[in-house]
Every structure is written in structure tokens, then in C-alpha cells.
Design a protein around this ligand. Structure first.
Ligand SMILES: [Zn+2]
Length: 313
């Protein structure tokens, strides 16, 4: 039998993705079914990487009837996966609050007869050391959380911020300087400049705003609401912002106020947060023991929105 070596190049036009061409190396006589590329969707849209997705090179025996057709079918599947991944990615990166929550102040979700869910939130980052430690713990326990960033910290640590987004966590705006009192034009600047930098660094457009210190009467919340942000408060305060709070008290503060649909206030930035880092695995493990599922704030809002729509029917 004569073996022919043929190089086949299939060019795939991928809408929305930078033009990429996929080369399939075909070597006659060495077809192995198992060598066909995997079609599992990428588990993490943020790290969707064409090069990885399209590896390894495929060996095809063109004398085998139907092999070329299979290859073409697989390419179509990959294209679909990429399109789906892109759509998910876009949805995740450009988050606008569900209609019921635009311009509203939210302390927790009101979920009826729902599985137990809770949203962990981390404020005042991104921050050197602690944000990455928090990320590591969240990753270890497969938990997605929501991070409310301060613009001036984001400017200092853009690479840490990118890691947060790459790991699939949600992002909110927490002003540029973390002010407590300011005039209306400063309020606009605090929110807009932070929003611009978040977008520049990560591609994320968020409609979540958390007022520094939870202060609702200094013009920040008013501006955010006018811009259709959802002003995100919390239902359980760990009080980790006070360095006098011990790790065990933080844990107790969170768990004592636990309820389904709840939002937990923690801090990964703005100071030495080693106690938060120490408390986090205990908090997560105990919530898991109690049967809670962790969701991001956008997921939490969407759950309540779905419930509202269902009730309306
Ligand atoms: Zn804060």
C-alpha cells in the first residue's frame, strides 16, 4: 500500500474572533480515531484560547471514507463552541442589571423555595498579596465571588485585576478614592473614572455599584441610581474592615447572619487583610456544610429577576 503524506489546511472564518487559520496536518496511513481533537467546551470562557482549543494537530487518513467529513463536522462544532463561548463571555463582561434592579438599592435577594444560595463580595481591591490569596482559596473551593474595586487601586494593580476576571468572578464599581463626603460633580467623576478604567483594564462593563462605607446620602448612590446601576449593599458584614476584629469574630459575624439570598461583605484590599484570608476557608467550608451554593451578585440578581417574572405570569 502506498502511503501519501498530504498537508490539508482548512481556513475557518471566525466571526468576532481575530482571523485565525487552523491547519490540520493529514498524514495518510496513520489515522487514529482517538487523535481527533477534543470537542469539550472550554471550561472557562475568560481564558478561551484558540491555540489551546485547536491543539493538538490532527492526523487523518484521507483514504478512510468519511474522515474528511468528520474533520469538517468537528470544525463546525468548534466554531459553534467558540461562538457560544463568545456570547457567554460578552454576557459576563458586559453586565447590565436585570430590569427590576436598575437604579435600585439591594441588601439581599428575596428567593422563595429556592436552593440555598449566598454571594461572597470583596471590597477595596485589587490589592497586593491578599487578592491573589483570596483568588487561590476561591479557586480551591470552586467558588465564584464578586469584587468591588477602587479605581486608584486598580490603577496600581491592573495585572491582579485581570486575574480576578480571568477566574470568572464578577466585578463592581467602588469609586476611585473611596470618599465618604463629596460634591455632586466629584461623585460623577468617582464613578465614571473607575468605570472607564475597569473597562480599559478588563473589558468588563459593570452595572453594580457599592457605596464606600455603605453611605447612601452623599450623592454617590444618587448618581449611580440615576445611571441605572444597582447599588449593592449587604446582609452580613464580617466587620473585617476593622483590624481589631479577630478572625473568629469575623467568621461568627458572617455565619450568624447567614440566610439564603444573602450577600456577605468581606475585604481583600485597602490594608493588611490576612485575617480575612484566614477566615475565608472556614466561612466557605461552613456554608458548604450548611448546603449553600455560592453565586456571584449578577447571578443572584438574575435568580430573583427570574422569580419575579415567574410570579408575574
Ligand atoms: Zn470599601
Amino acid at each position: 500500500m502506498t502511503l501519501l503524506t498530504i498537508d490539508v489546511t482548512i481556513r475557518v472564518s471566525l466571526s468576532g474572533v481575530q482571523k485565525t487559520c487552523l491547519a490540520l496536518v493529514a498524514a495518510a496511513g496513520s489515522f487514529v480515531a482517538g487523535a481527533l481533537m477534543p470537542v469539550d467546551p472550554p471550561s472557562e470562557p475568560a481564558t478561551l484560547n484558540l491555540t489551546n482549543l485547536l491543539k493538538p494537530a490532527v492526523k487523518l487518513d484521507l483514504e478512510f471514507p468519511g474522515v474528511k467529513a468528520i474533520a469538517i463536522q468537528r470544525v463546525e462544532q468548534w466554531k459553534n463552541l467558540i461562538t457560544q463561548g463568545e456570547a457567554q463571555e460578552r454576557k459576563r463582561r458586559i453586565f447590565s442589571s436585570p430590569a427590576s434592579f436598575q437604579g435600585k438599592i439591594v441588601h439581599q435577594a428575596e428567593l422563595v423555595g429556592h436552593e440555598k444560595v449566598i454571594a461572597l463580595t470583596f471590597d477595596d481591591g485589587p490589592w497586593i498579596n491578599t487578592t491573589e490569596k483570596v483568588l487561590k482559596i476561591l479557586n480551591q473551593y470552586q467558588v465564584k465571588a464578586t469584587f468591588f474595586w477602587i479605581g486608584k487601586h486598580l490603577k496600581l494593580y491592573p495585572n491582579i485585576a485581570k486575574k480576578v476576571v480571568a477566574q470568572g468572578h464578577a466585578i463592581g464599581n467602588h469609586t476611585w478614592h473611596h470618599p465618604y463626603s463629596l460634591n455632586p460633580s466629584e461623585a460623577t467623576k468617582e464613578i465614571e473614572e473607575t468605570a472607564t478604567l475597569i473597562h480599559q483594564v478588563t473589558g468588563v462593563k459593570t452595572s453594580l455599584f457599592r457605596p464606600p462605607g455603605g453611605v447612601l446620602n452623599n450623592g454617590l448612590s444618587a448618581y449611580a441610581q440615576q445611571q441605572k446601576y444597582t447599588v449593592m449593599m449587604w446582609s452580613a458584614d464580617s466587620k473585617d474592615w476593622n483590624t481589631a476584629t479577630s478572625t473568629s469574630t469575623m467568621i461568627d459575624n458572617v455565619l450568624r447572619n447567614a440566610r439564603s439570598g444573602g450577600i456577605v461583605l468581606l475585604h481583600d484590599g485597602g490594608g493588611n487583610r490576612w485575617q480575612t484570608v484566614e477566615a475565608l476557608p472556614v466561612i466557605i467550608a461552613e456554608f458548604k456544610n450548611r448546603g449553600y451554593k455560592f453565586v456571584t451578585v449578577p447571578e443572584l440578581l438574575q435568580m430573583e429577576e427570574n422569580q419575579i417574572k415567574l410570579q408575574a405570569k
